[in-house]
Design a protein around this ligand. Sequence first.
Ligand SMILES: [Zn+2]
Length: 171
Amino acid sequence: MQDFRQQAVKNGVTLVESGPCQFCGSAVERGVAQCLDLFGELAGRVRNERGYAASHLFSVDAHALQHPEVHGRLNNHVHLLSLCLMLERGASAALGSRKPAVEKFLALGREWPPLSPPPMGMRGALTVKDVIDAAVEERPALSRRWGEQVWEAWRAHQPWVRRMLDRLMHD
Ligand SMILES: [Zn+2]
């Protein structure tokens, strides 16, 4: 839990501890800490909701890419590669699915240039709160839609992501 605070310090961001989440705009009352708690709660739904479990990885990538300032430096690269694999190349979004291309990317162990995020509040209209508040039967499609919106919000880096995947998958 303290890890996200350390990342924020490292990234020079002051955390706002009340009101909506400063990063994604979710309508919470205790800022990003509560937004992260909600994500934990959403992740817990995979135990009882099989439909949602099959699309959970969209939520994982979407939430991470809406909050890059509280994650590590390769976070954006990894989650963008993952989103592209699921949205454009048919990879599974089910919990526990491996993405060999992402593992290959990490194994390269190189210093990659940072992929700077879109401005706060412009990282997709859907948030974790929408997905958790939705009816059980709506949650899987909403998770995918959330992933699509975030992928679109990061479109400036889509060419890098596609080039990298071509390289990783054809090497
Ligand atoms: Zn948030």
